[in-house]
Design a protein around this ligand. Sequence first.
Ligand code: ADP
Ligand code: MG
Length: 222
Amino acid sequence: MIILKNVNKYYETGGERVHAVRNLSVTFPDTGLAFILGPSGSGKSTLLNLLGGLDLPSEGEIWIEDKEISTFTSKERTNYLNSYLGFVFQEYNILKDLSLKENIVLPFEIQGYSRKKINEKFEQILNDVELTGLEKRKVNQLSGGQKQRVAIARALASGSNLILADEPTGNLDEENSENIFDILKNLAHMNNCCVIVVTHNLELATKADKVITLRSGRIIEE
Ligand code: ADP
Ligand code: MG
């Protein structure tokens, strides 16, 4: 379970102080798909970065399975980033000159898995994101929707407990967007993981197990 308690985040830039996340308390379950909705500037990406340990709260606590994120040792932080969680970015976060397989297995190589284990895990992930048969392709030979599925596969290889996605369907048409959300939802339930997605797409919010809506850094609906 991920628990946020009275989390505040301030940015200081050029003497100006932005209060991006305001006294936020929320719980995310270990399994399921959660959506974070809200207009531009409402603090969605800030919240996702805090959950991802990319940034620390100015005040408040973030608990990941009985451990508060700011008390992580550098080893715990590395484990959290390299093997607990995976990030899916809108810009795909994938390397265009590498094949689909090379892109996806990169995190496994960083984690030092054996070739055999890498191949096994790769087959499973490919199946999870519905890309079986395309393993030989270069990433620039894939459609937008397929690229986004490669990005999800890469995130899964990085960590399969918590998947964080920031507007993963921002560049996709409606049909591809729906497909991505179906895949994310299936992943959450089949792999027993928590998938947290920032999105503008209100219509697809019906697919989520939990929805929170932010406005000016506050939860206005849960
Ligand atoms: P969203 O993802 O909902 O569009 P953000 O979390 O990116 O919103 O931004 C929330 C607020 O924090 C905005 O007012 C934004 O301008 C500000 N902000 C975000 N990142 C930074 C930063 N690195 N430095 C200063 N202000 C920031
Ligand atoms: Mg954002």
